[in-house]
Design a protein around this ligand. Structure first.
Ligand code: ADQ
Length: 478
């Protein structure tokens, strides 16, 4: 039963690796918590508007956790991670074991038993913090691959609550998942939930199949029977995540954003075609493949500066994991070579920016770009694709979108590509450039309608409706 030391308990509790705030140091030397602008935070705003909720997560710095505090109506509960736990649970097991396995083993996965031990210990700590702040019968919403043991751990502590989990990344085919030495424990951890949400139908099916084949669970029509004598069934289904369409479109329509978009084009020398890539610097995003196709198009003289230029924004990411260090070195060397071989004075072929930018600048870049290149080798959803079309209220621009993203299943009218097929990718880029404006507008209108009808607020409402109804199916249209 709930026993919060602070006495406060909540009907909705989110558990995510990170809290929705960052600590910033002010000029005065004092520190302050600022809301981080992610999509999940916006989605939760919509569901926490009518009922106060709690959010359990790591505050981002190793060491002791700050005391729980309230911020903009949400009760934040920081979970402590030691420096060693950051290395083993976060950089190690989450990002160097699970991340590659769940993304088609684009790079090999590392298996270390001490990483697994840390993952278990940290998941237990999250579960205890959740159990502490959950009101009787509360709804618990666990996020993502870093917390796959939390559902069963919370259930053991608090059998009275309803537990949902959402996977932001793909769930791999059983042949890949089976490589994990701890596969049975991970599946049983997830089966502590009432409802498991995935980005695509195929991800939900992969999970159900893994339960059938690896732990011999009985499965039926998207549900898995739990063999603990309770007769409980767990439902797995696709609830694809989205973005705050209205909020982002309003930002993109701001005159200052329009002016900045014009200024960006001007500063780039007013190219006829501005191509854009925006990604975390991650090997799943297909940045190498994109650069290769672009380099060949330039070398073949099919396109070239100053008429065409590419802006590649690559947000620094997981910089202490070796695969990410190799990727960065490789991308930066490739950009250097392309510019050295194929650029001109005052007209580099690639503008490479290794920074994070404010939302306004991102919106301006999206408005400025004629062709958006989204070419992941595997991606749970890819919000950049949805953000790009949201910003194009003018119906301008063209989206090149990899078939290996969750987003493609909703936005398949885009200029589809298989990034492994470099020749095909080159043709698709040329098509995106050369298709008549009217046809591009027709496509953009369809893409925008999809995102506007399926925004992040609807995603959150659908998830919670599915959690309430599980193991039955939720009503189709909350
Ligand atoms: P990510 O792998 O981080 O997310 P993505 O969905 O593209 O990938 O989201 C990235 C976000 O960061 C976007 O909102 C984008 O605008 C922003 N961003 C990227 N570069 C930036 C920069 N330089 N400056 C500022 N902002 C930047 C994981 C999964 C995805 C899934 C999401 C949500 O890997 O598949 O779509 O979670 O579920």
């Amino acid at each position: 039963m709930p026993s919060s030391q602070h006495g406060k308990t909540f009907d909705l509790v989110i558990a995510a690796n990170r809290l929705p705030v960052d600590q910033v140091i002010l000029d005065s030397g004092e520190t302050e918590w600022r809301r981080s602008p992610g999509g999940l935070v916006t989605a939760m705003d919509s569901v926490m508007r009518d009922q106060p909720g709690a959010w359990v997560g790591w505050a981002g710095e190793p060491g002791e956790a700050p005391a729980p505090f309230d911020q903009e109506g949400t009760h934040l509960v920081p979970v402590a991670l030691s420096a060693e736990e950051v290395r083993r649970y976060y950089e190690g097991f989450s990002n160097d074991t699970l991340w590659p396995i769940y993304h088609d083993v684009i790079v090999p996965a590392s298996f270390h038993r001490e990483w697994w031990t840390a993952y278990q210990r940290v998941n237990e700590r999250f579960a205890e913090a959740v159990a502490e702040v959950a009101a009787p019968g509360a709804r618990i919403w666990v996020q993502d691959y870093q917390l796959q043991l939390v559902p069963a751990m919370v259930r053991a502590l608090r059998p009275d609550v309803r537990i949902g989990w959402f996977n932001h990344i793909p769930f791999p085919p059983v042949e890949l998942f089976a490589q994990l030495p701890w596969r049975g424990q991970l599946l049983r951890g997830l089966l502590g939930a009432d409802f498991l949400g995935f980005q695509r139908q195929a991800d939900a099916q992969n999970f159900v199949r893994a339960c059938r084949q690896l732990i011999h669970a009985e499965t039926k029509a998207g549900t898995v029977a739990v063999d603990d004598g309770s007769g409980r069934r767990v439902r797995a289904a696709a609830i694809p995540i989205s973005i705050d369409f209205k909020g982002l479109e309003a930002l993109a329509r701001e005159p200052s954003v329009g002016e900045r978009a014009a200024e960006i084009r001007e500063q780039l020398g007013n190219p006829k075609v501005l191509m854009l890539g925006v990604d975390r610097l991650d090997y799943t995003k297909g940045i190498r493949h994109r650069l290769k196709a672009y380099e060949e198009l330039l070398a073949d003289r099919r396109i070239g500066p100053p008429d065409v230029t590419l802006v590649q924004v690559a947000t620094p990411s997981r910089e202490r994991v070796a695969a990410y260090q190799h990727l960065r070195a490789d991308v930066e060397q490739t950009v250097g070579r392309i510019n050295g071989d194929l650029g001109q004075i005052g007209a580099p072929a690639v503008h490479y920016l290794h920074h994070a930018y404010p939302r306004e600048e991102m919106a301006a870049l999206f408005r400025a770009a004629d062709v958006m290149l989204v070419t992941p080798l595997r991606d749970g959803m890819n919000l950049v694709a949805k953000e790009y079309v949201t910003c194009r209220f003018d119906l301008g621009g063209a989206l090149v979108l990899s078939e290996f993203t969750g987003a493609w299943h909703e936005l398949h009218q885009a200029f589809s590509c298989n990034p492994h097929d470099i020749e095909g990718l080159k043709q698709t880029i040329l098509r995106a450039i050369n298709t008549p404006e009217r046809e591009k507008q027709r496509i953009m209108r369809a893409l925008r309608k999809r995102v506007s009808d399926h925004d992040v607020q609807r995603w959150a409402a659908r998830f919670l409706a599915a959690l309430d109804a599980a193991p039955d199916r939720a009503e189709p249209n909350p």
